[in-house]
Design a protein around this ligand. Structure first.
Ligand SMILES: N[C@@H](CCC(=O)N[C@@H](CS)C(=O)NCC(=O)O)C(=O)O
Length: 216
C-alpha cells in the first residue's frame, strides 16, 4: 500500500517524508498550500480537524501529527530500512526524551522564527513582529546551548546512533540555516554545527530537498 502524504511542501510534512525515505516506504503526495489557506478547506478539515499539515492516509487508516506519524512508521517497519527507535529500552527512553525536547523546547521558537521571518518574505499577507523574532532567537539560543553540551558528549542526541530524535530536527533547522539568514545559531556552536553537517548530509534529507525545494 502506497502511503499518501498531504502537504509535502511544509516543514512538518518533510519530517514525515524523511522518515518514510529512511524506512524505505513508498509514498505519494497530495499538495496542500498553507500560504493560500488550503489547509482550512472543509474537505481538508474532515481529514485534519485542527487544520494543519501533514496528514497521512494508508489504505483506510488516517493519521495526523508529524511526530506520531514518524513513531508509527518507525515501529511498524522496525526491521525495514534504518533502525530509528534504538535497540534497548534505555536507548528508546533517550530518543523519546529528545523527541519531547524537540517538540516542546526547540520547535516553538524555531516555528515562530519561520512564521515571522520566512513567511512574510514569501507572502505579502503574512506580517512580521520584531519582538517575537528577538525573543524566539534568544529562546532558541538557550536551547542550543544545552544541545552543544549534549553533543560534546555523544555524536547524536540520544547516543552514538542516528535516530528519530535527530531526524525530527531536520526541516526547521534547514530553514534556520539555509532560508532565514540565521545560520550562525547553528554554525557558532562547534558540536551542534558538526551534528548538523552530519544529519543534513544524509541521502534521505537531500532527497526531500530535491523533491520539495525550499523556501517552504
Ligand atoms: N504538531 C503538528 C504541527 C503541524 C503544523 O504546525 N504544520 C504547519 C506547517 S509546518 C501548518 O499547518 N501551519 C498552518 C497553520 O497552522 O495554520 C505536527 O507536527 O503535525
Amino acid at each position: 500500500m502506497v502511503v499518501k502524504v498531504y502537504g509535502p511542501q511544509c516543514a512538518s510534512a518533510k519530517r514525515v517524508l524523511v522518515c518514510l525515505i529512511e524506512k524505505e516506504i513508498e509514498f505519494e503526495v497530495v499538495p496542500v498550500n498553507v500560504l493560500t489557506g488550503e489547509h482550512k478547506d472543509p474537505q481538508y478539515l474532515k481529514l485534519q480537524p485542527f487544520g494543519t499539515v501533514p496528514v497521512i492516509q494508508d489504505g483506510d487508516y488516517t493519521l495526523y501529527e508529524s511526530r506520531a506519524i514518524m513513531r508509527y512508521y518507525a515501529e511498524k517497519y522496525r526491521s525495514q530500512g534504518v533502525e530509528l527507535l534504538g535497540k534497548t529500552i534505555e536507548e528508546k527512553g533517550l530518543i523519546e526524551q529528545w523527541l519531547e525536547v524537540e517538540a516542546h523546547s526547540y520547535n516553538p521558537p524555531a516555528y515562530n522564527l519561520t512564521v515571522h521571518v520566512l513567511f512574510p518574505a514569501l507572502a505579502a499577507s503574512k506580517t512580521s513582529d520584531p519582538k517575537v523574532i528577538e525573543e524566539s532567537e534568544a529562546k532558541l539560543g538557550k536551547v542550543l546551548d544545552i544541545y552543544e553540551e549534549r553533543l560534546s558528549e555523544s555524536k547524536y542526541l540520544a547516543g552514538d546512533f542516528f535516530s528519530l530524535a535527530d531526524l525530527s530536527h531536520l526541516p526547521f533547522t534547514d530553514y534556520i540555516v539555509n532560508n532565514m539568514g540565521k545560520e550562525y545559531l547553528i554554525k557558532d556552536r562547534k558540536h551542534v554545527s558538526a551534528w548538523w553537517d552530519d544529519i543534513s548530509s544524509r541521502p534521505s534529507w537531500k532527497k526531500v530537498l530535491e523533491l520539495y525545494k525550499p523556501p517552504i
